[in-house]
Design a binder for this molecule. Structure first.
Ligand code: ADP
Length: 636
C-alpha cells in the first residue's frame, strides 16, 4: 500500500465513492420499487428484503434476513421444487425458472396464500452466486381474471344450452352459432360458418330475410319478430321465428339473432285456421240457426238464424238480446223465467216457441241451448234453432181434424138423444092422430079429420126441418158444405128470406127491412146467406111477442156486408151467452117455444164459410141484436 502513489490513492478513493454512490442509488431503487425484491444465497438464506417485501409478506427486514426463504414465504407444495431447481442450477446451470416471468403463489405472515408473478435472476459474486427476485402481488389481477372467466363461462353455458338458436352473422356469413342453431340446420359449426346464411333460408323467404338483415345493419327500423323458413341439409323445411339486434362483432357491424323453431306452432295455427274456416262454413251453411249469447247479448249468430229465419240484415242483431225474436215482452219474460232456471240446474234447455220475424210474421221454432258454465250463465250459452213451422202446421191440422172428428161424434151422440126426445113427440102426435082416424074412420066429422091431418103434416114438417138442420150441420162439420160465391143482390136475397120467415111463422109484415151503404151486385153465396138470415129472423120472430116488430138492416161496407137482426123479445140470460153457438144448446128461458138448438150453429158455420163472423148483444126481457159480417166484395 505504501507503494501506492498519491494519484492511485486518489483514483481508488474516487472509485470507492462512485461505488458507494452507485450502491446507495441501487439500495434506494430497490427500496422504492413497486415489486418486492428479495435476495437469497445458494442455501436459500435471505440476505436482502426490501420495503415492499416487508409490506407484501408482513415480515420486517431484520426478521426476514437470515431466514430460509422456503420456510418463510414459499407454500409447502412448492418448496421441494424450489430447492431442486436451485441445486440443478448450481450443479449444471440448468436455467429452470430463472430469467423469465413465472406465476406461482406465496405465503404471507398470516399464512394467506396469494398469487404472485416472479422473476428471478442469478448474480455471480466472487464467492459464488446470489439470487434476486422481483415479486409482484397479482392476486387482484387474478381475481379479476377469474371473475371474468367465470362470467364468460356462465354466458357460454347459457348460450350453448339455450333452447333458442343463437347466431351472429356478419358479411353474409355466420360468425357464431350455438349448438341449437346448428341442430336447426343440421350442420356442423364448420359447415355452418362456411355457408352464406341466405343459402339456408327457404328460397321464397330469402328476399325478406336479406332485406331485413341489410336494414338492420344500416340501423334502420326492422320488424322485431318475424317468421321465415329454413331448409336443412336433409331438405326438410322448418319455420323459425327470428328476433335480431345489430351488434358490433370484433369491431365491425354484425347482427345477433335468436331463432325459435315454430314449425309445430305454424302447423297448428294452419290447422286451427282451417278447422275454424271449416266450422264457420258448416255453421253458416247449416239449416240450423245458431247463436252465441254472452252477458245476455248476441255475440255471434249465423246467417241462417239472423237472415233466413229472423229476416234481419247481416249483423243487425249483434249486441241485442234474444227479445228481438219474441212476439212481445210478456212472451220474452215467460221464456226467461222458464229457460234460466233450467240452464242453471242442468246446463241445458229445450222447448218449442212461437217466435216472430223482423216483419212481425210468426213462426214456430224448436230451441235448444247449452251453457258453457251452468254456475255462471253470463259466460255464455249456445243456442240452436230449428224451424218447426211445417211440423206445427201439420200438428194443428191433425188437431183440427181430430177436433172435427170429436165434434162430429158428439153431434151424432146428441142427434141420437135428440131423436129419442125431440122425435118422440111428433111421432107420438102422428101415431095418435092416425089411430084416431083408424078407430073412427068414416064416423069422424070432416072438420076433425082435416084437423088431424094438419097435425100430422105439422109434425112431419117439424121432423123434416130438424133432419134438414142436422144434415146441414153434418155437412158443414165434415167440410162438405161449400162456399160458391156468385154475383147477386144481397138485399134481394134478404128480403125474400124475410118474407119466407114471416110466412112460416104466420107473422106477415113484422120484419122491417132497411139497407144502407154500397148496394149493387156482390160476390155472395146465396144459399149460405139464406141459412144465416133465415135462422136469425126465425129466432127473432119466435122469441118475440106476436105483435113486436123485427128489424133487418143490411149495409154494404167496402168488401164486406154487415147484416143486423134486432128484436124486442125475451132476450138471452147472460149465463147462456158463452154456449149459445153450441149445437143443441138452448137458453133456459125458451119456455115452450119449439126449437132444436141448431139454428145458431148453422148461422155461425155459414158466416165463417163466407169469410165472416157473428156477434150478439142481448138483455133478458128487452130483446136481442145479432150482427153478422161476411166477406162479399162488389162483383167485377
Ligand atoms: P132454437 O132452435 O132453439 O131456436 P138456435 O140455435 O137457433 O136454436 O138458438 C139457440 C138458443 O138461443 C135458443 O134456444 C134460444 O134460447 C136462444 N136464442 C136465439 N136467438 C134468440 C133471440 N132472438 N131471442 C132470444 N133467444 C134467442
Amino acid at each position: 500500500m505504501a507503494a501506492m502513489t498519491a494519484a492511485a490513492t486518489q483514483a481508488l478513493d474516487a472509485a470507492r465513492r462512485a461505488l458507494e454512490d452507485m450502491s446507495r442509488r441501487a439500495r434506494l431503487m430497490i427500496d422504492t420499487a413497486n415489486d418486492a425484491v428479495v435476495t437469497i444465497d445458494p442455501h436459500s438464506i435471505i440476505i436482502d428484503w426490501n420495503r415492499t417485501a416487508e409490506r407484501m409478506f408482513g415480515w420486517r427486514r431484520d426478521e426476514a434476513v437470515g431466514q430460509v426463504l422456503t420456510d418463510l414465504i414459499v407454500p409447502p407444495q412448492h418448496r421441494a421444487s424450489h430447492h431442486r431447481g436451485l441445486e440443478r442450477y448450481l450443479s449444471d446451470r440448468t436455467p429452470g425458472i430463472l430469467n423469465r416471468r413465472v406465476e406461482t403463489t406465496a405465503l404471507d405472515r398470516a399464512g394467506r396464500e396469494f398469487a404472485i408473478e416472479l422473476s428471478v435472476w442469478p448474480v455471480e459474486t466472487g464467492s459464488g452466486f446470489t439470487f434476486s427476485a422481483f415479486i409482484r402481488d397479482i392476486s387482484e389481477r387474478r381475481r379479476a381474471e377469474d371473475a371474468l372467466r367465470a362470467s364468460e363461462e356462465k354466458y357460454r353455458l347459457v348460450v350453448e344450452n339455450a333452447y333458442e338458436g343463437i347466431v351472429v352473422s356478419q358479411d353474409g356469413m355466420l360468425k357464431y352459432a350455438n349448438p341449437r342453431a346448428l341442430a336447426l340446420t343440421r350442420r356442423t359449426l364448420a359447415e355452418a360458418m362456411s355457408t352464406p346464411f341466405i343459402d339456408m333460408v327457404h328460397p321464397d323467404d330469402r328476399a325478406r330475410v336479406y332485406g331485413n338483415y341489410l336494414r338492420r345493419l344500416r340501423g334502420e327500423a326492422v320488424e322485431p319478430f318475424y317468421k321465415f323458413r329454413v331448409v336443412d341439409t336433409a331438405g326438410e323445411t322448418k319455420w323459425l321465428q327470428i328476433s335480431a339486434v345489430g351488434i358490433e362483432w370484433e369491431g365491425r357491424p354484425a347482427t345477433l339473432n335468436f331463432l325459435t323453431d315454430v314449425t309445430d306452432q305454424v302447423a297448428l295455427e294452419a290447422s286451427v285456421a282451417q278447422t275454424l274456416a271449416l266450422r264457420e262454413a258448416i255453421l253458416e251453411t247449416t239449416a240450423v240457426g245458431i247463436m252465441f249469447i254472452q252477458g245476455g247479448h248476441i255475440k255471434w249468430i249465423n246467417d241462417t238464424l239472423e237472415q233466413v229465419m229472423l229476416g234481419f240484415e247481416d249483423g243487425e242483431t249483434i249486441g241485442h238480446t234474444g227479445e228481438v225474436a219474441f212476439t212481445d215482452h210478456a212472451d220474452w219474460s215467460r221464456f226467461l223465467q222458464e229457460c234460466i232456471p233450467a240452464l242453471e240446474r242442468t246446463g241445458t234447455y229445450s222447448s218449442d216457441w212461437r217466435v216472430k220475424r223482423k216483419d212481425g210474421s210468426p213462426w214456430w221454432c224448436h230451441m235448444s241451448a247449452k251453457a258453457l258454465k251452468p254456475s255462471e250463465l253470463g259466460a255464455g250459452t249456445i243456442w240452436f234453432f230449428i224451424d218447426i213451422s211445417a211440423r206445427k202446421r201439420a200438428e194443428e191440422e191433425v188437431h183440427r181434424a181430430l177436433g172435427r172428428e170429436r165434434e162430429l161424434s158428439e153431434l151424432k151422440t146428441r142427434f141420437v138423444s135428440l131423436t129419442s126426445h125431440e122425435f118422440r113427440t111428433p111421432l107420438a102426435t102422428i101415431l095418435s092422430s092416425i089411430e084416431l082416424i083408424d078407430d073412427f074412420g068414416a064416423n069422424l066429422p070432416d072438420a076433425e079429420r082435416a084437423e088431424l091431418i094438419r097435425i100430422i103434416k105439422n109434425a112431419i114438417t117439424r121432423m123434416t126441418g130438424m133432419i134438414d138442420q142436422v144434415m146441414l150441420i153434418g155437412r158443414a162439420e165434415s167440410d162438405k158444405l161449400e162456399f160458391r160465391p156468385q154475383p147477386a143482390d144481397a138485399c134481394e136475397i134478404a128480403q125474400s128470406v124475410a118474407r119466407e120467415a114471416e110466412q112460416a111463422l104466420g107473422r106477415r109484415g113484422t120484419v122491417r127491412f132497411a139497407s144502407r151503404g154500397d148496394g149493387g151486385l156482390r160476390l155472395v153465396d146465396a144459399k149460405l146467406l139464406s141459412h144465416v138470415l133465415g135462422n136469425l129472423l126465425s129466432n127473432a120472430l119466435k122469441y118475440s111477442p106476436a105483435e113486436a116488430p123485427v128489424d133487418l138492416d143490411i149495409e154494404g161496407a167496402g168488401p164486406s156486408i154487415v147484416m143486423r137482426v134486432v128484436d124486442r123479445g125475451i132476450g138471452i140470460p147472460p149465463e147462456d151467452h158463452a154456449r149459445l153457438f153450441e149445437s143443441f144448446h138452448r137458453a133456459r128461458n125458451v119456455g115452450n117455444v119449439e126449437g132444436t138448438g141448431l139454428g145458431l150453429t148453422i148461422v155461425k158455420q155459414c158466416a165463417e164459410l163466407h169469410g165472416g163472423s157473428v156477434t150478439f148483444e142481448s138483455t133478458p126481457g128487452k130483446g136481442s141484436a145479432f150482427t153478422v159480417t161476411v166477406h162479399a166484395p162488389p162483383a167485377p
